[in-house]
Write a protein that binds this ligand. Structure first.
Ligand code: HEC
Length: 246
């Protein structure tokens, strides 16, 4: 397909301007909720009985409410006026949040995320499990030849962010060995390997994957993860006198 020159120029400008813009705003569900949930919700979460200082940080309403202390934990857009900012940066062991006894202090990076999120407006979002999936456009990458599909592009973007390049593709014997172990827990037989090495078809690898998926060894491998829980529940049933015949 031939592109008109103006369209190409427009695309180039879009990608160049994309490079110069600010980083995307933080996502509540991805960047912030895990921190709050892990370090704060035990005492400032949905459980009203365990809530300390009348502060709940799991809703925007609670986090921005005027507290008995006269403070607001979060003043959207203004980290420096937010009691939360004070508390996570405090050098006073009686003030610092989370309290030292939780034994899980925030890292520098986590404090930075919370601060940036407040300055970006402290936007809360519904728990991701209640939001319909959204389609994200695949990111732009430099090594366009390596990426065969959008999943590759997401992976490659992270590698390029870190200044890393993908490894060269492994040889056929290594590929078959890896996929066999992943799907069946077993190495390929010499016959399978020989057939794969001989197969000139462009989809030779896909054919091997299909054959492995169709193999009873695949089902056995997948059932393995269920064996332990099933053994445990049977042992419990037996020891409690139920299901003694099982
Ligand atoms: C183990 C319980 C516990 C955890 C976990 C905890 N806090 Fe607290 N928090 C308290 C208690 C108790 C107080 C009230 C005493 C005080 O002011 O120090 C408080 C007070 C606060 C206040 C001041 C509220 C006011 O009335 O001015 C803020 C802000 C705060 N916490 C933020 C946080 C943040 C942010 C986290 C997570 C990073 C967190 N807390 C984790 C127990 C906890």
């Amino acid at each position: 397909m031939k592109y008109p020159l103006t369209l190409l120029t427009a695309q180039l400008l879009v990608s160049l301007s994309g490079m110069a813009t600010e980083p995307a705003p933080l996502s509540f569900n991805k960047d912030i909720r895990p921190i709050l949930s892990d370090r704060c919700f035990a005492c400032h979460g949905p459980d009203g009985e365990k809530r300390k200082a009348g502060l709940r940080l799991d809703t925007a309403e609670g986090a921005t409410a005027l507290l008995e202390s006269g403070e607001r934990a979060i003043v959207p857009g203004k980290s420096k006026e937010s009691a939360l900012f004070e508390r996570i940066h405090s050098s006073d062991p009686k003030e610092i949040m989370p309290p030292a006894k939780l034994n899980r202090p925030l890292s520098e990076a986590e404090r930075g995320f919370l601060t940036r999120w407040i300055d970006e407006g402290a936007v809360y979002a519904k728990h991701w499990a209640f939001s319909p999936p959204e389609k994200y456009p695949a990111p732009a990458v430099k090594d366009c030849a390596w990426a065969k599909d959008d999943i590759d592009r997401f992976i490659l973007q992270k590698l390029e962010d870190q200044g890393l390049a993908p490894n060269a593709e492994a040889d056929r014997a290594a590929l078959l060995r890896r996929v066999s172990f992943v799907l069946t827990g077993l190495p390929p037989t010499p016959e399978q390997l020989a057939a794969f090495l001989r197969d000139p078809a462009p989809n030779a690898y896909e054919k091997q994957v299909d054959a492995l998926l169709a193999s009873p060894r695949y089902g056995e491998r997948m059932a393995l993860d269920w064996r332990t829980p099933m053994d445990i529940s049977r042992t419990m049933a037996v020891s409690s006198g139920r299901g003694a015949t099982g």
